[in-house]
Structure formats: structure tokens, C-alpha cells
Design a protein around this ligand. Structure first.
Ligand SMILES: [Zn+2]
Length: 484
């Protein structure tokens, strides 16, 4: 009897497992230790901060691909795990500057933004000195004129924007401290080769600034502050040539295929790029967005394990790690403009960007939280699913950043935005910023893996619910955000 009973029980157990493992059980495959293992590789020194288009980023891509292969997930882009794309970066090919007939040297006497170089020549016999308090309320007639300003506590960027807005030809900023980066590193990356800029901006040393303002020797700080505003007769001859450098990068995609709704999809995303090496210092990007990338890998692994135990999603689950986020959400923009799967058949994007830390709002006992952003837009199906899943976890789901008037504008600042802009409902999971945000000190040992485990399990169960939902998420709400 006894033997028979045991046999009977084990038969029942096998049957129950084969017919499906439940989400909460499957989520337990996601562990603090597993997340740490992935993140310790993704945010290691070997990956060199994973800057878009660099060797370090390619190593990270190779690691992600190796994991998806190991989990036996299908390649996401027509037989390949890689969706390659080309980015273009402005370069200064040559630059010759003479002021009152005297020659000056690029990156020694003056610095230019590589995206803001005249395609041919700039010649003028007059400049307008606008001092250090120049802004877009200025009533000076600057239209078509070349301006010179001193650098104040206010960021030079505001002066450049004001000059542009008021229709100036360009602006030269006299630096307090000379820039330490070469001009060729200033050109921004973009998905299309840029055309010649009509507006020029340049930074010059105090010495060259003194010449521009008629000084025969270098002005002291006080003398410079006392220089009257107005028109100065100064001859500037600048010839420059600008070109485009090309940078190759790639998004990484893997799929757990559905046997039912084979033409429907849902996405779980992160960005695997970060800021790379600056002045010889590695920016590890452990939280940003090593944490989201390790999360996507761990979620993919948990789904792959569940599928071995009988789980079968109603629609295809796509795991995507994009590049170029830190350069302006470029990898997700590329995907949204060249989607491998129809966006109108893509039910949702769950985007994970920074989930391993806490921000200064939450300290001590109140660490049990995650910011969930975007649930009140595009689909009324989003929030009830998260709330239902959270009954197992009792985490504080902080929705404060849904406010369109929030000055942080987080809704626009990660890759889900490119899905939302095309009408795909999204949830963005985020821990907020902290003192190590975009600093070389964003490292693995500062990650709270226990908290991260809980957050990632919630995302996994949410994804599970959405994968098993009979219909795609309905698109019944407006985006209701003022635009990027
Ligand atoms: Zn970032």
C-alpha cells in the first residue's frame, strides 16, 4: 500500500509540474546571488564602462548573447541576436583661425563643438561683447552678429541657447578654465549624418579673449569684468571643415516564442551601454544600467527555466538590451524606427533602468519601494496588473513621477519613451537618482541585491501576467505628456 501511495503521489506531482508552474514559484529562480553574478560581469572593469560603439560595449554584448544562447532562447533578429546600426558623429577635419591677422591653434587657444563648426569660412570685422549676464531677454540687436561673452556661474549652455534664439551668427565664450577635452570628442552621436550648422559656438582662452576685446596684453579677471559691453572692431578669419565619423553599435534581442498568438509580442528592455572611460577613469554604470541589464538576463533565465517546466506564453516574449541610451536613447529610437516585430502587435514594453539602489527620498526602514512610471498613460490595463502582482510583495509602488509637470521629466529619459511615442503601453521601473549617478563611483559593491531581487521578481510576475493575458493590453488612454 505504502509503496503504491508513494508512486501515486509522485505521479500527481509530475503531472502538476508538467501542466504549468505558477508565476510566484517561477519568480524564485530570480535570486540576489544570481543577479550579483550577472552584474559583476556586466559592470566589471573588463567592460570599460560600455560606451556606445567601443570594445567594452562589444564585450558586454558578447556576454549577453552567450547567456541567451545558454538559456536556449531564440535569436531575436532574423536568426541573429544582434540588431546592428550605424551612428554618425561630427568631426572637425581641419580648422584655421586668425584674429587680427595672428594665427591661433585648435585645442590650445580655442575649442569648438564639433557639431557647431561652419562648413566653410567665417569672416567678420566686428564682434559684440555681451558680458557675463547675457540671456534671451537681452534687447541688444544681435541678429546676424558674432557675440563674445565671459563665462559666469550660469552655464555657458544658456548663453549659447539665448544667442541662437535671438538669431545671432554665433557666440564665443571666454573660458574661466580651458576645456580639457579635444574638440573632436564634442560632436554628438546621431542616427543620421548631420548637415552643416548655421550657428557657430567656440570657447577661447582668456588670452585669446583679451585679443578679441582689443587688449594688447592679457586682461586680469578684474580687467575682463570691467570691459564695457558693445561693438569691437576685430578681424576674425576662420576656415573649418567638418565631416562625419561613423560608429557601429547594436541592440541585442532574444525571444521566448509563443505557440498560441505567434504574431503578438511583449518586450522587456534595458540599456547595456553606459559612459565608458573619461580622463582615464572607468564609469562602471553598475546601477545605470547594469542593474536593468542583469535584471533582463535574470528574467529571461527564469522564463527559460519555467518553459522547461511547462510554461508556455500566449504571446512571444522579447528580451532586448539596447545601446546608445546615454547618447540620447538612440538604440531604442533605432528599434522604434526599424522594428523587427510590428509595434501595433507589441502589447507592452517593461523597461528597467536603475533598480539596484535607493535615492535620498527613501532611507533606513523605508527602503521597500520602486518608482513605477507610465502606468497612467496609454492603457488602463497596466496599473491593475501591477497592483495584483504586488499583493505577493507589498512593495511601495511610488507613482509620483507620472505627474506631467514633474521637473525631472523621467518619463522622457529612458528607452520606454520610444515605445510610448509609437503608442505601445509601457512601464518604467526606476530607483531614482543618487550621489553616484553618472559618476565613476556607480559600482557593484554599492548595489542592494536583496532589494533588487524583490523588484525584479515583481517585474517578472508582471511580465508573466501580461504574457498570459488573453488579449493584448488595450490602448484606451492618451499619452497625455507634452512631448520630449
Ligand atoms: Zn544613465
Amino acid at each position: 500500500m505504502r509503496k503504491l501511495l508513494v508512486l501515486f503521489l509522485s505521479f500527481v506531482t509530475v503531472l502538476a509540474v508538467a501542466q504549468g508552474i505558477d508565476a510566484n514559484t517561477a519568480a524564485k529562480a530570480i535570486t540576489a546571488a544570481g543577479l550579483k553574478e550577472h552584474l559583476s560581469i556586466i559592470a566589471s572593469a573588463e567592460m570599460q564602462g560600455r560606451e556606445t560603439g567601443t570594445e567594452g560595449e562589444r564585450k558586454a554584448a558578447a556576454y549577453l548573447t552567450s547567456q541567451y544562447k545558454k538559456f536556449k532562447l531564440k535569436p531575436g533578429n532574423n536568426g541573429s541576436y544582434s540588431l546592428p546600426f550605424t551612428l554618425y558623429q561630427d568631426k572637425v577635419l581641419s580648422s584655421t583661425l586668425k584674429v587680427n591677422g595672428e594665427p591661433y591653434t585648435l585645442d590650445k587657444d580655442y575649442w569648438v563643438n564639433a557639431s557647431s563648426v561652419p562648413q566653410k569660412a567665417l569672416n567678420t570685422n566686428a564682434i559684440i561683447f555681451v558680458g557675463n549676464d547675457f540671456n534671451d531677454k537681452s534687447t541688444a540687436d544681435v541678429k546676424g552678429k558674432l557675440l563674445v561673452a565671459t563665462e559666469s556661474k550660469e552655464r555657458s549652455m544658456y548663453k549659447i541657447m539665448a544667442a541662437q534664439k535671438l538669431g545671432a551668427l554665433g557666440i564665443i565664450i571666454i573660458a574661466n578654465n580651458n576645456p580639457s577635452y579635444p574638440s573632436n570628442l564634442t560632436g554628438r552621436l546621431s542616427l543620421k549624418p548631420s548637415t552643416a550648422s548655421k550657428f557657430v559656438s567656440m570657447t577661447v582662452s582668456k588670452s585669446l579673449g583679451s585679443r578679441l576685446l582689443g587688449g594688447s596684453k592679457d586682461f586680469s579677471d578684474q580687467e575682463l569684468a570691467d570691459v564695457p559691453k558693445g561693438v569691437y572692431t576685430t578681424t576674425i578669419d576662420w576656415t573649418a571643415e567638418r565631416g562625419n565619423g561613423e560608429v557601429l553599435s547594436a541592440d541585442i534581442l532574444a525571444v521566448l516564442p509563443s505557440k498560441e498568438k505567434t504574431d503578438e509580442y511583449m518586450f522587456i528592455t534595458s540599456h547595456y551601454d553606459h559612459e565608458g572611460i573619461k580622463n582615464g577613469v572607468i564609469y562602471y554604470g553598475a546601477d545605470d544600467d547594469g542593474s536593468g541589464t542583469a535584471s533582463v538576463v535574470a528574467i529571461a533565465q527564469a522564463f527559460a527555466e519555467a518553459s522547461k517546466k511547462g510554461f508556455s506564453p500566449k504571446r512571444n516574449i522579447v528580451f532586448m538590451n539596447v545601446s546608445g541610451e546615454e547618447k540620447g536613447l538612440l538604440g531604442s529610437q533605432y528599434y522604434s524606427e526599424h522594428p523587427v516585430y510590428p509595434l501595433e502587435k507589441t502589447s507592452v514594453d517593461l523597461n528597467i533602468d536603475m533598480v539596484g539602489r535607493i535615492d535620498p527620498t527613501y532611507k533606513g526602514d523605508s527602503m521597500n519601494y520602486v518608482y513605477v512610471i507610465g502606468e497612467d498613460k496609454l492603457s488602463s490595463d497596466l496599473q491593475p496588473i501591477t497592483d495584483k502582482v504586488n499583493k505577493n510583495y507589498n512593495m511601495e509602488l511610488d507613482r509620483r513621477f507620472n505627474d506631467p509637470k514633474d521637473p525631472n521629466r523621467f518619463y522622457y529619459r529612458s528607452d520606454h519613451y520610444n515605445f510610448a511615442a509609437k503608442g505601445v503601453p509601457v512601464i518604467f521601473y526606476f530607483n531614482g537618482t543618487h550621489a553616484d549617478y553618472h559618476k565613476p563611483t556607480d559600482t557593484v559593491e554599492k548595489i542592494n541585491f536583496d532589494l533588487m531581487e524583490k523588484r525584479v521578481r515583481i517585474i517578472f510576475e508582471t511580465a508573466w501576467e501580461m504574457a498570459m493575458k488573453e488579449e493584448m493590453l488595450k490602448r484606451d488612454l492618451p499619452l497625455n505628456m507634452p512631448g520630449r
